[in-house]
Design a protein around this ligand. Structure first.
Ligand code: ACM
Ligand code: ZN
Length: 636
């Protein structure tokens, strides 16, 4: 809905949202904004807050909510008075809703002059994003009362015109593999909203826990939310022992869900719940064994190996399966006001279906030629069921198997190919390719990171385009960072994995691709590290660590290459078991491992300051990770 400015006459300059001035300033890290706005023009001077007086259209509840959030963010550290007023003349921050089609549904203009601040938008969401930009322009001490003494609360004069590239700017949190409380989930949502992310994909069910109360099927949480407590590496764990108490876990009540939905709504974040079926269903099968083909697992999985050995897929031909799906999705649809529900569909092991009398009977009756067709039939049923409840279906890219359902939105995770195929068939796509968006993967040298698998560096998250060449961009509705939690046992560690890669993705999804700028982004990230420190938000500094790669030739000669992910660092190394520093060997070109050396030690510096983790790698491990080289390598 477009509103005319009722309480302020405002002449809107017809400035097109196409400025490119942002990158020049931002490459100096001056304004430090993430995501980078479309157009930014530096003004003269600054505005200093001695109090916060916010004016908005009287009676507008949405704007009142945004003003209230602004107050919650600025008063703890500043201790300054905060009031809302109706007259813009008495305000130092003015929210204006005005017709300006160049801004779209989420765009905004932010004007800071020595006289005050104005945020203009067509819709309240735009005002919210303008408010987030204003918060980022305030000194980082705004995040911490403990640091705030003596700080002048000034904001540099600036004219910003901004709007997002994609409508879907998401983050996913897996609360099944490890349990996160509703307070932690709220904190995660607040942290992503600060970076203008607007979709929270809540992965609520999986083999290791069912986390959402369904009144009609209470055992889903009475049994499915609990497993035996375990620590240690995922997949290396001992299964639940006979008679052992299942004491680890938790679930969200309906009141909890309502609270989180409302918390997210106030931050312009829509929640998409995921009920992952028909695979990834050990927790559901343990709760209701009648959902299994032949033999349900006795307990919720603790992180021990089971795939293809024990059943974890719903029996599609089972008498109760569709009845239970109807009950589950009816309650889920009622709890979440957003238009999408994610039904999973990924990594479904279909081996038990092929042997199951109930599944094979259904396949015969429906004329389904194989188990892929059976999965596709099931997803069709889910689509119909959701449609009857006014919801749209999202599924992982495996829902291609056996044929896509007519209106499915595909979440492409095995690279972009599933998304490309879907877009070519006229389906909407959310891009979450694992090599760019899986923020549960290593983000730097694995020997100095907590255990996980594969690699997705900050550069991988930053340097990619969600719209593949040759694909109609209108089908790509956006993208998302996915935080799977197999190796994420605490919320502190969830933050460590999420930031700064989530900031990179926020910029990929918001900022015009041509304005992206890696060196400038790195400088801005460093500012945001300080903000995160002040806010006690955990984050990873893995971008400072050296990248170590090795090559071996046919004679077994090993050559090591060292690199850094970010510009402006120097690398020092040793092969003599000492700790390298500024006085040690400075890396310039690839080096051959000396005879009898047992390890390499690597440090990174910026000027005289050590910045990265000290990396120690045994020569036998260097050999193990070496790529084969054609050439016989000599000393160079
Ligand atoms: C997935 O990573 N299994 C969607
Ligand atoms: Zn079956």
């Amino acid at each position: 809905m477009i509103r005319k400015p009722k309480f302020l006459t405002l002449l809107l300059a017809a400035v097109l949202l196409c400025g490119s001035s942002a990158s020049a300033y931002e490459s100096q890290g001056k304004f430090g904004l993430i995501p980078q706005p479309r157009s930014l023009k530096e003004g003269q001077g600054s505005y200093m807050f001695n109090r916060f007086t916010v004016a908005y259209e009287p009676g507008n509840a949405e704007l009142a909510g945004i003003a209230d959030l602004f107050g919650q963010k600025v008063t703890p550290a500043t201790g300054l008075p905060f009031v809302t007023v109706t007259s813009p003349k008495k305000a130092n921050v003015v929210f204006v809703l005005a017709a300006d089609t160049t801004l779209g549904a989420e765009g905004y203009r932010l004007s800071v002059t020595p006289k005050g601040v104005t945020i203009t938008a067509q819709e309240p969401a735009g005002i919210f994003y303008g408010m987030q930009t204003l918060l980022q322009l305030l000194p980082e001490e705004i995040k911490s009362p403990a640091l705030a003494e003596g700080v002048a609360w000034t904001v540099p004069a600036v004219e910003i015109a901004d709007k997002p590239r994609f409508a879907w700017r998401g983050m996913m949190l897996d609360v099944s593999r490890h349990w996160f409380t509703k307070e932690e989930v709220k904190r995660f949502i607040d942290e992503m909203a600060e970076y203008k992310m607007n979709r929270f994909h809540w992965h609520l069910t999986d083999d290791q826990g069912w986390r959402i109360r369904i009144d009609a099927l209470p055992r889903l949480t009475e049994v499915g939310a609990w497993r035996a407590p375990r620590v240690g590496d995922w997949w290396g764990r001992e299964p639940q022992r006979p008679g052992e108490a299942a004491t680890y876990g938790g679930f969200y009540s309906k009141a909890d869900i309502a609270e989180v939905v409302e918390y997210a709504r106030r931050r312009y974040v829509t929640i998409m719940p995921e009920i992952d079926v028909p695979g990834h269903s050990v927790a559901a099968l343990a709760a209701y064994p009648e959902l299994a083909c032949m033999q349900a697992p006795e307990a919720v999985n603790v992180g021990n190996k089971f795939y293809g050995i024990d059943e974890n897929s719903l029996c599609i031909g089972g008498a109760k399966t569709m009845e239970y799906m109807e009950k589950i999705f009816a309650e889920v649809a009622e709890m979440f006001p957003g238009e999408y529900i994610h039904v999973g569909g990924d990594e479904c092991f279909k081996g038990f279906w092929a042997k199951c009398p109930k599944c094979t009977k259904l396949m015969r009756e429906k004329g389904l030629k194989d188990v892929n067709a059976l999965q596709s039939w099931f997803i069709h049923e889910m689509e119909g069921l959701l449609k009857a409840k006014g919801k749209k279906l999202v599924g992982w890219d495996e829902i291609h198997e056996g044929g896509l359902t007519p209106e499915a939105t595909v979440m492409s995770w095995r690279g972009m190919k599933g998304g490309i195929l879907a877009a070519e068939q006229g389906h909407h796509v959310i891009m979450t390719p694992d090599n760019h968006c899986y923020i549960d993967l290593y983000q730097g040298e694995p020997t100095v990171e907590p255990n996980t698998y594969s690699m997705c560096r900050l550069t991988d998250s930053y340097n990619w385009d969600p719209v593949p060449a040759g694909i109609d961009p209108s089908y790509i509705i956006g993208g998302q960072g996915n935080l799977w939690a197999e190796s994420v046992p605490t919320f502190r560690h969830a933050e460590y994995m999420a930031w700064p890669r989530g900031w990179a993705l926020a910029e990929v999804f918001w900022t015009d691709g041509q304005l992206k700028d890696w060196p400038g982004f790195v400088r801005r990230v460093e500012k945001h590290f300080r903000r995160a420190d002040a806010a006690d938000v955990n984050h990873a500094r893995s971008m400072y660590n050296a990248i170590v790669t090795t090559e071996a030739d046919s004679l077994g000669t090993l050559r090591v290459s060292l690199a850094t992910e970010i510009p402006g660092l120097e690398i020092y190394y040793s092969f003599d078991n000492t700790i390298p520093d500024l006085h040690g060997l400075k890396y310039t070109v690839p080096v051959v491992v000396p005879l009898n050396a047992s390890r390499i030690t690597v440090a990174t510096y910026r000027g005289t300051e050590p910045v990265g983790a000290l990396i120690r790698l045994e020569v036998k491990d260097l050999k193990a990770r070496a790529v084969k080289s054609e050439r016989v390598i000599g000393n160079i």
